[in-house]
Ligand binder design. Structure first.
Ligand code: ADP
Length: 244
């Protein structure tokens, strides 16, 4: 059992013209529990991608710490970007294996759950956007990360496809649980997926509220339940209305 403890005291960018620093994140504290699925909800431009890039070690220019505890070691991270970023000259299988040296049975298991077993030797140009998104999710899971980062991975999918991919993601996460940090600006999507919602402020970004989603997972396909929960959130936490 491990927790991921995120503490970012300061993240600033230098203004390109006058070189003055602009603080994007200030005193942000988030703790992720074992196998927990957490959705980050905040306005566009508040610093969510900046946070994910720091967690993925793509950006080291910040003050603070990110540690798996109790061991106090950096986490192994999988990252699902908005754009699937598949190599067009590689097959589905090769795209996944380039990122993770997964055993053939692991690869087959992941492809099977995500409904892509028949596409194993296909090239990305033959896949729909929804399929490509599923390949990028498998690629991230195949690395067996301590932490899976997902940056609005279902943007621009049509509603039936995003429902399907969300359900497949949860099926996969249920079987191979990891800590997931999922960025979305879609509150219904967040309620459908998350164990816990974290609402973020802008200028600079910090945590406004944390809310556990209490709807049982086997009732999350009922849109009525999601909508009731969403309406209640606005009553209990009126400050979140301006974030969305
Ligand atoms: P979000 O993902 O929540 O939309 P971002 O993390 O992309 O927000 O951006 C947060 C803020 O930091 C924005 O004001 C953005 O313009 C600024 N920003 C992001 N990347 C850079 C950069 N490389 N240099 C300067 N400013 C940046």
């Amino acid at each position: 059992m491990s927790q991921l403890v995120i503490q970012i005291d300061d993240k600033s960018y230098l203004n390109a013209t006058n070189k003055t620093p602009k603080q994007v994140i200030k005193n942000l504290q988030i703790t992720l529990n074992n196998n927990e699925f957490v959705c980050l909800v905040g306005p566009s431009g508040c610093g969510k991608t900046t946070l994910l890039n720091i967690l993925a070690n793509l950006d080291t220019q910040f003050s603070g710490s990110i540690e798996l505890q109790p061991k106090h070691i950096p986490p192994k991270v999988g990252y699902v970007f908005q754009n699937p970023r598949l190599l067009p000259w590689r097959t589905v299988r090769e795209n996944i294996q380039l990122a993770a040296d997964a055993r053939p049975e692991t690869l087959d298991f992941l492809l099977e759950i995500m409904g892509l077993a028949a596409e194993k030797e296909s090239y990305p140009e033959h896949l729909s956007l929804g399929m490509s998104r599923r390949v990028s999710i498998i690629r991230a899971f195949a690395t067996d990360p301590d932490l899976l980062l997902m940056d609005e991975p279902f943007v621009s999918l049509d509603p039936p496809t995003s429902r399907l991919v969300r359900q497949l993601l949860i099926d996969l996460w249920t079987k191979r649980a990891h800590k997931v940090l999922f960025v979305t600006h879609d509150l219904r999507e967040a309620i459908t997926l998350a164990d816990r919602l974290i609402f973020l402020s802008t200028n600079p970004m910090s945590v406004i509220s944390e809310v556990a989603v209490t709807i049982p997972r086997n009732e999350r396909s009922q849109e009525m339940k999601i909508e009731q929960f969403r309406q209640q959130l606005f009553i209990d936490y009126p400050q979140i209305a301006e974030l969305l």
